[in-house]
Design a protein around this ligand. Sequence first.
Ligand code: GLN
Length: 204
Amino acid sequence: TNRIGVLDLQGGVCEHLDHLERLGITGIRVKEPIDFEGIAGLILPGGESTCLSRLMRMFDLERALLDAFQRGMKIWGTCAGAILLATGVLGEKPHLGLIDMDIERNSFGSQLDSFSIEASIPEVSPDPIPLTFIRAPKIFRVGSTVRVLLKFQDYIAAAENDQVLVTVFHPELTPCLAFHRYFALKCGISPSENRVAKAGHLWN
Ligand code: GLN
């Protein structure tokens, strides 16, 4: 399958679907257990992790997600999505626990609530990548099965294992398609940039 799902309960759903479309990939809104059929990957968007976790249980999606994961589905969590995927959440019970790492929520405090920077992540793109942080968490430990993609000062901002990718920032809120392309390739999908992507975006 060449389809990627976006968990559609709360948070930045449209922005992810839009980025997938620009890469010529069919994005599927995942709202019900049956929506997990036929997707190679799933994006857990940013939003509010407590809320997302509660809604996932209410709509009976957790079991279906874990079953699809067992069958090989890849998962990418952005921000709140990364919190849902961690095996450890500081001061709270972890949620899905699919990547061996510890994360702290709202870790930048109120003064540095939201900000944007650029960083070079050679594994993901030859060009610098714009990064937007919104009440972001910090990853402060990863296990030996996890590869760090981006580290800043005292924390890890992007990491992955064989099946799971996590970013504490929001590539879907920038014009850059690099992370979506990277995740598509992780899912075994070759993006075919369509004409929208070529039309007038600074970053590809
Ligand atoms: N602060 C949110 C949380 O703790 C995450 C913010 C985001 O996804 N932009 O879940």
